[in-house]
Structures are given as structure tokens and as C-alpha cells.
Design a protein around this ligand. Structure first.
Ligand code: G4P
Ligand code: NA
Ligand code: NA
Length: 190
């Protein structure tokens, strides 16, 4: 997606050989117009996949997921990383290990918000090692629902996340595929 790549070039900061900071439009400040364009693009890419629901994980997946739900006209559910005050035990949970932060997080979704007849589109802001997406896939499987695809705003294609998902026969669409962050330079896949 040209618009997104241009924005990453213009406003992204390379923090190291494997971390890209994009807090001016995605991870802290959010650009609604860009998110809307992202939603339109994901809706186009998944329009024939019979998606009935979108799943993401708080917090940075929510903005692109909501705009995608708007354009696919389906509800959006985000997994929580922290137990909510109105906690019940009617939850699907999955463990998500973060290599970046070296911590294990438990994510959870209320069972009322995913059904066995759902075809779920998983949306997230970044795809690195694929642990967040895998946790969401585990939850969809636990609900006996189907994964209709995975949509990623920024994929770091030099990390192993895509492979982990496509090996399960799941369609992955990334709007920007970063090939390298070496030498303080963002290089995209062709
Ligand atoms: P993985 O799920 O693909 O295995 O990724 P990993 O554990 O490495 O990522 C942990 C967190 O860091 C996730 O956000 C993920 O989106 C984010 N992340 C991974 N690589 C990058 C990067 O290059 N740049 C930025 N800005 N973020 C990255 P999170 O902890 O769930 O936070 P949030 O959703 O609340 O923002
Ligand atoms: Na995220
Ligand atoms: Na993030």
C-alpha cells in the first residue's frame, strides 16, 4: 500500500535493526484518515472470504480493526491483555509470549463474542514473530470457529511470523512488508 509505505518513510523512526517506531500515526497518535484507507484496503483484500467477525488484540490493533469492520460491515472484538473489572470465567484464553519484551501475556475474549459459525479475520498492527496472531488463532480454534485470514498493517518480513501462519494454511495479507531496517533505513519488499 503506497500511502502507508510513504507514511512510514516520512514519519517512521528506525530504533534498531529490528524495531520500527510509528507512534505518529499508529501506535500512540492515530491518523483516522490513514486508518480509514487501511480499512478500505483490508476490506478489498478480504471481500470474498466470507468474514463474519474481526478479532484483534488491545491496544494498537483496535484502530485498524475497527475501520476494517466498518468497511466489511462486521463486528470487531479485541482480546484483552488484562482482566476486566466485570470479570467472568466464561473466557477463551491464550498465552502470548513477547520476544521483544520477554514476557508472557495472557489474552482473553468473552465466549459470547465469538461463535462456532464465525469466519474470523484477525487484524493486527505489527507482525514480528507471530505470537499475537498465533494466540488469536488458538482462540478461534477453541471456539470451533474458522480463521478466514490474517491482515497485518506492518509486517517485518525478516522475522518469522508470516511463515508460522501460512504454514497453517491461513491467508496472510500485509499492507507494508519491511524487508530490512539495517543502517537506519527502511527497505520494503518489492
Ligand atoms: P509478535 O506478536 O509478532 O511475536 O511480536 P512481539 O511479541 O515481538 O511484539 C510485542 C509487541 O511489540 C506487540 O505490541 C507488537 O505489535 C509490537 N511490535 C513488534 N515489533 C514492533 C516494531 O518493530 N515496532 C513497533 N512499534 N511495535 C512492534 P503490544 O505489546 O501488543 O503493544 P500494543 O498493541 O499495546 O501497542
Ligand atoms: Na499489537
Ligand atoms: Na504494538
Amino acid at each position: 500500500m503506497k500511502l502507508l509505505e510513504d507514511r512510514i518513510k516520512k514519519e517512521g523512526t528506525v530504533l534498531s535493526d529490528d524495531v520500527l517506531k510509528v507512534d505518529r500515526f499508529l501506535n500512540h497518535q492515530v491518523d483516522p484518515q490513514l486508518m480509514d484507507a487501511i480499512g478500505v484496503e483490508f476490506a478489498r483484500l478480504f471481500k470474498d472470504d466470507h468474514i463474519t467477525r474481526i478479532l484483534t488484540v488491545e491496544s494498537s490493533g483496535i484502530a485498524p480493526a475497527v475501520f476494517t469492520g466498518l468497511h466489511l460491515n462486521v463486528p470487531v472484538v479485541f482480546a484483552r491483555k488484562h482482566k476486566s473489572l466485570t470479570l467472568n470465567d466464561n473466557l477463551y484464553t491464550a498465552d502470548v509470549y513477547s520476544y521483544t519484551k520477554q514476557v508472557n501475556n495472557q489474552i482473553s475474549i468473552d465466549k459470547r463474542f465469538i461463535n462456532a459459525d464465525d469466519r474470523v479475520l484477525i487484524i493486527d498492527d505489527f507482525l514480528a514473530n507471530g505470537q499475537a496472531a498465533s494466540g488469536l488463532i488458538d482462540i478461534v480454534n477453541a471456539a470451533n470457529a474458522e480463521v478466514g485470514g490474517v491482515g497485518i498493517v506492518i509486517e517485518k518480513s525478516f522475522q518469522k511470523g508470516r511463515r508460522l501462519i501460512t504454514d497453517q494454511g491461513i491467508k496472510v495479507e500485509s499492507l507494508a512488508r519491511v524487508k530490512s531496517l539495517a543502517n537506519n533505513q527502511v527497505t520494503f519488499e518489492e
